[in-house]
Design a binder for this molecule. Structure first.
Ligand SMILES: NC(=O)c1ccc[n+]([C@@H]2O[C@H](COP(=O)([O-])OP(=O)(O)OC[C@H]3O[C@@H](n4cnc5c(N)ncnc54)[C@H](O)[C@@H]3O)[C@@H](O)[C@H]2O)c1
Length: 285
């Protein structure tokens, strides 16, 4: 159902890769709510060809950019204003990647060049995006910027690895930049802490299926899907949340405030004494 919450608004969506991507769902919902948008992703992601389908469906031009490259980001903000005919009302940062996670390096055996890449792509890109937008004065008064994060920024989750550090930094950037951009231009900056979701990036996390099942059993409302996340982002881009800024907003069915649920306890008690070590060997006791 559409409420016309974004009628006449202009947005930039970074990070739609395929129809599982959270950014893809957000772009579709924003279009339903009346927004016009520009889509952006890396040249490599564009070569995979799936983004064209979304671009056609919502009538959105695509501008390629590597989010670690400041000049390319600035170009997106300049061109997007030309293409959409005015200042930008909302921006979604839906970008994350860790070579250490992909190559199964554990947190006590990190490759530091890869750690730099993780932080560069998944967190510092957000600072570059905000700095580029502010320098070319691309975002309208009371514009709204959202980046996606995960609860592993606050609490330790097995397998999330150096992405936890990237998400902590990402949330800190939202606060630090949120203060400056809010004070000077009334632009709000928030992060949405989303449930584990079966996307291309999500599937890279070790034992994501188990993590999703655990989170689902722990959350009174169950896991939030990518479609649920898109609905929430629409509210954050709308005029109904004009005084919300510098927050990490949990969108996780209640998971982040749970200790132990009945469903999780029942599941756990079935195999209370046995667990597997990191090599998969069953250990008792
Ligand atoms: N899937 C989950 O369980 C989950 C949970 C919480 C938060 N998130 C976050 O949601 C965001 C979107 O991820 P997703 O789950 O939709 O997966 P996804 O794989 O669909 O999206 C990740 C995107 O990052 C883009 N990207 C990677 N390197 C880039 C670069 N250098 N420049 C520009 N773009 C680049 C990819 O091309 C891709 O489009 C990420 O920040 C992720 O950490 C995901």
């Amino acid at each position: 159902m559409s409420y016309n919450l974004l009628k006449g608004k202009r947005g930039i969506i970074f990070g739609a890769l395929n129809d599982m991507s959270i950014a893809w769902k957000v772009a579709e919902r924003c279009a339903e709510e009346g927004a016009s948008m520009v889509l952006s992703n890396t040249e490599m992601a564009l070569r995979m060809g799936e983004l064209d389908g979304l671009a056609k469906k919502i009538n959105a031009p695509i501008i390629a950019a590597d989010a670690t490259n400041y000049d390319e980001l600035e170009n997106v903000f300049v061109k997007a204003q030309e293409l959409l005919g005015g200042k930008i009302d909302f921006v979604l940062h839906s970008i994350g990647m860790s070579p250490n996670v992909r190559k199964r390096r554990t947190y006590d055996d990190l490759d530091y060049n890869w750690l730099n890449k993780t932080l560069g792509i998944s967190a510092i890109s957000f600072h570059k995006m905000l700095q580029a937008a502010k320098k070319v004065d691309a975002i309208a008064e009371y514009g709204s910027v959202v980046a996606l994060t995960y609860v592993a920024s606050h609490r330790t989750f097995f397998g999330y690895n150096d992405m936890a550090d990237a998400k902590s930094l990402l949330e800190s950037i939202a606060r630090s930049f949120g203060y400056i951009y809010g004070r000077e231009k009334n632009v709000r900056i928030n992060t949405v802490s989303q449930s584990p979701t079966a996307t291309t990036a999500g599937k890279g996390i070790k034992d994501i299926d188990n993590m999703m099942d655990f989170a689902d059993k722990m959350s009174p409302l169950g896991n939030a899907t990518a479609d649920d996340c898109a609905d929430y982002c629409v509210t954050l881009f709308s005029d109904l949340t004009r005084k919300v800024t510098m927050q990490t907003l949990f969108h996780d069915g209640g998971f982040s405030n749970m200790g132990m649920s009945l469903r999780a306890m029942n599941q756990y008690s079935k195999d209370l004494d046995a667990y597997k070590d990191e090599q998969g060997k069953v250990i008792y006791g």
